[in-house]
Structure formats: structure tokens, C-alpha cells
Design a protein. Structure first.
Length: 338
């Protein structure tokens, strides 16, 4: 019933309560046998004796009945002292708080939906978690380091201790309800096993994996990763972009991450029931209706149109890359959902 080392005190408290129950049962049976009381009177006599409320005897007791009464008083006093010591230990040791926090995390785990599973809380995983928080995307962090998971939970994130390459751990993290998984541990070999396990559990899951060495790219792709991120390659390209085209690099960085500007970039998928489906950009009048600029379109087959004109037709399951304020983009997404 009470699993885990943090619930030793709770188990002891449970046994103390169980002891009171046994004492009441024995007292009731004893009064019935020794004093010929009916069930209710025997139970009543036992309760007032154990609770030491000071009420008088409901009938004169025999010597055997008095011995039973003394035994009940001493037994209840001992159990009460034991229970109070347990409660004191629970408060002093923090076990009760840990138990409540674990219950809270368990409820949060069960409520996770369309979330991201972040595997590893190292240099990359920390930034992934922070970025997801800024984007208000629900997520859970998996790590094998118990101290690190405790730190994750203290910061307000949801952390789970376990090996991300283990099927049970991924199921506990709600992989069947997740929108994506990020394999961000330091080892390429570990990331391969994480991706393999996740892909075996969910064939349609979006999986993004960190890669440290270029010769690991093909392995991760074969394992089932959708996209690969090489931190050092991206860092090098970003540095050159800032050197060669600083204004463009600065603009794209801010609109992609909402870095202090009033507008940002967003991808919007058109549901089949959206009123926009079948219309051209000219007919949709997104600029006039929402103040949104469409920068690119991708059709249902994955073909990109980097300079969509007024005659571009918006099809079902197509995606548009739009530039606008957060409020404007939210209005567009409502219309796109249908």
C-alpha cells in the first residue's frame, strides 16, 4: 500500500491506526464475553474507555471486566504515544511533505497531454526545458541522476528518475500522449538507444536527437529520429551568420524566439474543416483581416513554396509560416483549426 523509502513513517502510522482498530475489536469482544453486554453496549464501553473521556461505567464491572478496562486504557495510551511520536517524526524528517509532493507529481504525470519528453538534463537539456517553458509547452524531464531529478523538481519543472532508454520509464512519462521527444543526453550511443525505444513505442512520434559526432548521424536516423541537432555545427553557422549578415541574423533570432519584439514567426497547419481550405491567399485576405504576413507555404506532400503569391491555393493539411503578433497569430490558428 505504501511503497518507497519516503513512506516508512506512513506505514508505521498505518499500523498504529490498525492497532487501535484491533484494540477496539478485542475490547468489544471482551466486554461481551466477560460482562454479557450486547454488541452496541460493548462497543460503546470500549470506545469511552480507550478515549479516556471520563464517562462512568454503564454497569458495574466484575473484577475480570476491570482488568480488561485497565488493559484497554494502558494499551490505548501506549498506541497514542506511539502514533504521536510517528507524527512528530514525519513532520521533523520531511517524509510527509515528500509523500505529498510525490502524490502531486503523480497527478501531474497523469494529466500530461501533448507534452514533450526531454531526455537528459545536461547542458543541452537545460536549455531545451527553459525554451519549452517560455513557449508554454508542457514537458517532463527524464534523467538517471537522483540528485539532478530532485533539483529539477525543486525548480518547478516536472522530473522523473529513470533510464530514458527503458520502455517502462517512457510509458511512465506518458509517451503514448506526448507530442514529441528530445534525446539530449551527452552520449550519442545512449541517444541511439533512447530513439530506438521511443520509436518502437510510438511510430508517429516526433523525435529530435542531439548528435555530438557526424558519424553518429546515420545511426540516429536509422534508429528513427526525425531531426538531428549538432550543437557545434549550429553554433558555427550561427557565428558566421552574425559575422556575415548581422542584421538578418538578429532579426530571425528575435522573431523565431519572441526575443523582445512585438511579432514572431509561427507555423500554422490548416485542418480539413477550416474555412481557409480551398481559398487562395488573395481570397483569404490574411493581411487585411489579421495583419499577418505569409512568408512561406508547405503543401500536404511537404513541398515548400518560399515566395507564395496571391494565387497560391491553401489546401487541407497545408502549413503556412506567418509573421505577426502573438494575438494575431492566435486568431489565425483558431480559424485554421476550423
Amino acid at each position: 500500500m505504501f511503497a518507497g523509502p519516503e513512506l516508512r513513517g506512513a506505514r508505521r502510522l498505518f499500523f498504529a491506526v490498525l492497532g487501535f482498530g484491533i484494540l477496539i475489536a478485542l475490547g468489544t469482544a471482551g466486554y461481551r464475553a466477560l460482562e454479557a453486554m450486547d454488541l452496541f453496549d460493548a462497543f460503546y464501553m470500549t470506545v469511552i474507555t480507550i478515549s479516556t473521556v471520563g464517562f462512568g461505567e454503564i454497569k458495574p464491572l466484575s473484577p475480570s471486566g476491570r482488568v480488561l478496562t485497565m488493559g484497554l486504557i494502558l494499551g490505548s495510551a501506549g498506541l497514542a504515544a506511539y502514533a504521536l511520536s510517528i507524527i512528530g517524526d514525519l513532520i521533523a524528517s520531511g517524509e510527509w511533505r515528500a509523500w505529498r509532493e510525490n502524490r502531486k507529481r503523480a497527478r501531474m504525470l497523469n494529466q500530461l497531454d501533448k507534452h514533450v519528453i526531454v531526455c537528459g538534463y545536461g547542458r543541452v537539456g537545460r536549455h531545451v526545458a527553459h525554451a519549452l517553458e517560455l513557449e508554454k509547452i508542457p514537458f517532463i524531464v527524464l534523467d538517471k541522476d537522483a540528485n539532478l531529478v530532485a533539483h529539477i523538481n525543486k525548480t518547478g519543472y516536472l522530473g522523473l528518475l529513470g533510464n530514458a532508454a527503458n520502455e517502462l520509464t517512457l510509458k511512465q512519462a506518458g509517451i503514448e500522449r506526448a507530442r514529441g521527444l528530445v534525446a539530449a543526453v551527452d552520449s550519442d550511443a545512449e541517444n541511439v538507444f533512447i530513439v530506438l525505444t521511443a520509436r518502437a513505442l510510438r511510430s508517429d512520434l516526433l523525435i529530435i536527437a542531439r548528435v555530438n559526432y557526424e558519424d553518429s548521424e546515420s545511426k540516429l536516423l536509422r534508429a528513427g529520429a526525425n531531426h538531428l541537432i549538432l550543437p557545434y555545427r549550429i553554433a558555427g553557422r550561427q557565428m558566421v551568420s552574425w559575422l556575415a549578415r548581422p542584421a538578418v541574423a538578429g532579426f530571425l533570432d528575435q522573431v523565431a524566439h519572441a526575443g523582445g519584439l512585438d511579432f514572431l514567426l509561427e507555423q500554422v497547419r490548416l485542418a480539413s474543416g477550416s474555412s481557409l481550405v480551398g481559398q487562395t491567399l488573395a481570397q483569404a485576405q490574411l493581411q487585411n483581416r489579421f495583419g499577418i504576413t505569409v512568408l512561406a507555404c508547405r503543401d500536404a506532400n511537404g513541398n515548400w513554396n518560399a515566395s507564395p503569391g496571391a494565387e497560391t491555393v491553401l489546401g487541407a493539411d497545408a502549413e503556412i509560416i506567418a509573421l505577426g503578433t502573438r494575438e494575431q497569430l492566435q486568431e489565425l490558428m483558431k480559424l485554421a483549426r476550423g
